[in-house]
Design a protein around this ligand. Structure first.
Ligand SMILES: Nc1nc2c(ncn2[C@@H]2O[C@H](COP(=O)(O)OP(=O)(O)OP(=O)(O)O)[C@@H](O)[C@H]2O)c(=O)[nH]1
Ligand SMILES: [Mg+2]
Length: 400
């Protein structure tokens, strides 16, 4: 039986430096020769003529140029590569509205034209997966604009955003405004957001190589962006690569142990002491012992329900997929367990964005950069309101 995760016949749209660099690792992983060979598995990521189902958009050429060198030559369709002349200077407004002098030939219009053609190239269009950062001018601003335009033009297709949140330590003062605006746009126009927080990604990778967090200041990570992107790409692959629930020879996977170590890293409660909860959880088990996951299902499900604090009003909060092939580690017999949860701890991050953005907004700091590129007060007020209500909803998640 084939399950149909988000990847099926979807278009991958990578935007800005971060989006393209994460995309680079993603395509290296799923388009590699070692990836499972059957045409069915490769199908969702390619169109019939063998090109990747992907568009690459950036306001400046250098990152995309590198992408084209790194991913197998000819796998991207030339007309799906869309670059501009200069970056958007970490400014959401500049990314969203573009340079004033631009007209129908703008990056936005060119990207939408290519997107439309990519939709027409397939029998059925199911949706789009956006890869982008929440804080770069292009990734957040043009990302938000493309999300909005795609929703308007293809209202029935789903939109999943894979968004990367910046290091909290502060790389750029505009990041809080950009994240605020981008998150509020995603809340309005996307169906779902898979959030990767750069601090979390770094922390998890450091934990897995046994290094101490204190030794690595956020701005000079010994772990490079490229390492972090490989990690993000494997999480995505573990979640979105097609799965088959087939019977396989028994492995010796310790699902219980893997689950325990994942649950241990979850934040238990918010800064105000409220216990975090999940409205829904998806677990994907891959590898040679995947069928033993099904065998030990009841205790694992119980543990997952408790560990993730599943809300009582959802009668079926847990979902699981299994696959005998472990896309994440193709070198040896191995197992992986990946969990995707709608967990209220994400509201801690949003709360932090709201607080920092509010302080800057009240002090009128940096706002002239946003007015200059076409933003209005109403954009900010609406964004504050939307994000406030998301935080409130998470905080009331268990109360129904
Ligand atoms: N995980 C990860 N984060 C990245 C990467 N590149 C940039 N970032 C993060 O993305 C944010 C900056 O956004 P970029 O994607 O570089 O910006 P952009 O979309 O190209 O927009 P402009 O350059 O402002 O036009 C910062 O928070 C960085 O930490 C990357 O390769 N991996
Ligand atoms: Mg850039």
């Amino acid at each position: 039986m084939h399950c149909h995760p988000a990847g099926m016949s979807a278009i991958w749209l990578q935007i800005g430096q971060c989006g393209n660099q994460v995309g680079q690792e993603w395509w290296k992983l799923v388009a590699s020769e070692k990836a499972p060979g059957s045409a069915v598995d490769r199908y969702p990521f390619y169109t019939r003529d063998g090109k990747l189902s992907a568009l690459s958009v950036d306001s400046e050429p250098k990152v995309v140029r590198r992408l084209l060198r790194e991913v197998k030559t000819g796998s991207f369709r030339d007309s799906n590569i869309l670059v501009g002349q200069r970056g958007r200077g970490n400014n959401w407004a500049f990314g969203y509205h573009g340079p004033r002098s631009e007209d129908e030939n703008s990056l936005l219009h060119r990207a939408m034209d290519s997107f439309r053609k990519e939709v027409e190239r397939r029998d059925s269009y199911s949706g789009v997966i956006l890869l982008h950062s929440l804080s770069g001018g292009t990734g957040s601003g043009l990302g938000a604009r493309l999300c909005e335009s795609i929703r308007e033009e293809f209202p029935m297709g789903y939109i999943l955003s894979v968004a990367v949140a910046p290091h909290q330590g502060g790389e750029c003062p505009l990041q809080h405004f950009n994240s605020l605006l981008c998150l509020s746009w995603l809340q309005r126009y996307a169906d779902g957001v898979l959030l990767f927080h750069n601090d979390d990604v770094l922390r998890r990778m450091q934990a897995s190589c046994g290094r101490k967090i204190e030794q690595v200041p956020a701005l000079e990570p010994q772990i490079s962006f490229s390492d972090m992107n490989t990690h993000i790409a494997s999480c995505l692959a573990a979640l979105m690569h097609p799965v088959r629930s087939l019977r396989t020879p028994r492995g010796t996977a310790s699902w219980d142990g893997m689950l325990s170590s994942i649950v241990r890293t979850l934040p238990r409660h918010s800064s105000t002491g409220k216990i975090h909860q999940s409205t829904a959880v998806l677990a994907v088990a891959r590898g040679s012992g995947a069928d033993t996951f099904n065998c030990s299902l009841a205790p694992i499900m119980m543990k997952m329900k408790q560990g993730y604090g599943c809300v009582s009003w959802n009668p079926h909060p847990l979902n699981y997929w299994t696959d005998p092939w472990n896309i994440v580690d193709q070198t040896s017999p191995s197992q992986s367990l990946t969990i995707c949860a709608n967990h209220s701890s994400v509201s801690d991050y949003m709360q932090c964005v709201l607080e920092k953005a509010r302080i800057m907004y009240d002090a009128h700091a940096y706002l002239h950069w946003y007015w200059k590129h076409g933003c209005e007060e109403g954009d900010f007020l609406q964004a504050f309101e939307i994000l406030d209500s998301v935080v409130d909803e998470y905080s009331a998640a268990g109360d129904h």
